[in-house]
Design a protein around this ligand. Structure first.
Ligand code: LRH
Ligand code: MN
Ligand code: MN
Length: 424
């Protein structure tokens, strides 16, 4: 299903006057507004294939219908998002939830929508029907070498798929850990994980990176072998310069200071990228910015300041991905909201007067430091984000247009009310 250019044009024309008024009012107060807008135009966030369907909880799944039935339809869905917001130019696949049958035709389809393939995610947390060994007691950490070998080979296979698709990142998240005290020798589990990762690392093409994603708990509830940024960081350091830590915002213990973790990983040159989502309790996978937008802003504030200090490219030097999945919203509407929230946080961080903030910090002017941050955070930057979208050829109000064009109804008609996506 395509959203025609004229539909976007018509929508933008009808919203133009109100937008222009709001934008001009704000633009006057923003130093170097054109360069800020260009940064917003350039900034892209990859969409995970598994977020295109309603996820489930362990208890139930309530599909809204019209979900993508194939990898091709998932790409079409990301294409829809990108047509509307011009900020979602990549898709992140999960193997074996998404097995590419023909890489060439998938690449061609993606290119039609201006999309490419971002990080490839392996899966050794579920058993697959044809698999010889079970991951019940872990994968890369497993006591049995044969299980480790199977998991290593799976990761190498994922790299191969990624190479055919033009990706250059492997994301490894392990459910490995233990559910009861005494179940696991922590040192041996860590060591085996490292050795397995070393074999995967050896198969990594020269221009690839590997991201090691940590998570405090779930599905194991006593220990997770890559449970926090420290464990991921030591693994990444031992592996070498192509290995980095991936920060999934939902993977911390409650109240963790994620912005500080991000600042330090960046400082050590080991921050690989993000899985954006939001959470109130655990790995809730809720829409980015729906629970704690101030935290998201504080993270972006560290990113902008730290990346600029290190001369990093905001777009290409880190992996920007969403990782969300839930039960009650239309997945495409949800992803439009998530991308918008990320761009808002980024725009607010770009507004921070870094020089003044650093002066306040050096002088221990705590009050002023807080004022400077909150001045940026409390600015309604939505007209800037909308203007950037307009300049990039997207819709002024993507969600509004999605609804007025009845996109979901059209997808339900095309794919059926019972169409349910593969994934979580
Ligand atoms: C684990 C995780 C990881 C998986 C995804 C489906 O909780 O965040 O990134 O690949 O969920
Ligand atoms: Mn994740
Ligand atoms: Mn997760």
């Amino acid at each position: 299903m395509l959203i025609e250019k004229y539909a976007i044009q018509e929508h933008n024309n009808s919203a133009a006057t109100a937008h222009q008024r709001r934008f001009e009012q704000l633009a006057g107060q923003v130093p170097q507004v054109d360069s800020l807008l260009q940064k917003l135009v350039d900034f892209q966030i990859a969409i995970p294939s598994w977020a295109l369907g309603t996820g489930g909880t362990r208890f139930g799944r309530f599909s809204g219908g019209g979900e993508p039935r194939s990898l091709e339809e998932k790409i079409e869905d990301v294409g829809l998002l990108h047509t509307l917001n011009r900020s979602s130019d990549a898709v992140s696949l999960h193997i074996p939830w998404d097995i590419p049958t023909s890489a060439a035709s998938l690449k061609a389809l993606a290119a039609q929508f201006g999309l490419h393939f971002d990080a490839m995610n392996s899966n050794t947390f579920q058993d697959q029907p044809e698999q010889a060994h079970s991951y019940k007691f872990g994968s890369l950490q497993h006591t049995d070498k044969a299980v480790r070998k199977q998991a290593i080979e799976h990761n190498i296979e994922v790299i191969r798929y990624g190479q055919e698709l033009g990706s250059n990142v492997l994301s490894v998240w392990l459910a490995d850990g233990s559910s009861f005290p005494g179940q696991l020798n922590f040192r041996k589990a860590y060591q085996r994980t490292l050795e397995s990762l070393q074999e995967i690392y050896a198969a990594l093409p020269g221009d690839w990176k590997v991201f090691i994603e940590y998570k405090a708990f779930e599905p194991n509830f006593y220990s997770t072998t890559v449970g926090d940024w420290g464990q991921s960081y030591t693994l990444a350091t031992k592996l070498g310069s192509k290995a980095y830590t991936l920060v999934d915002l939902g993977h911390h213990l409650p109240n963790a200071n994620i912005e500080q973790i991000v600042a330090l990983l960046l400082n050590e040159g080991k921050l690989g990228g993000f899985h954006f989502n939001d959470s109130k309790y655990g790995d809730d996978d809720l829409t980015t910015g729906s629970i704690n937008p101030y935290q998201l802003f504080l993270i972006f504030n560290e990113l902008v300041e730290g990346m600029d200090a290190r001369g990093m490219n905001h777009v290409s030097d880190l992996g920007w991905m969403i990782d969300a999945s839930h039960n009650v919203k239309d997945p495409l509407e949800d992803l439009l909201q998530a991308v918008e929230a990320i761009k808002i946080a980024y725009a607010q961080a770009l507004l921070v007067n870094t020089k003044a903030l650093q002066e306040a910090q050096e002088q221990n002017d705590v009050t002023m430091a807080q004022e400077i941050l909150q001045q940026a955070y409390r600015t309604d930057v939505r007209p800037l984000v909308a203007e950037a979208r307009l300049r990039a050829g997207g819709a002024l109000q993507p969600l509004h247009l999605f609804r007025s064009l009845k996109v979901r109804d059209r997808l339900v008609k095309e794919r059926g009310a019972g169409a349910v996506a593969t994934g979580l």
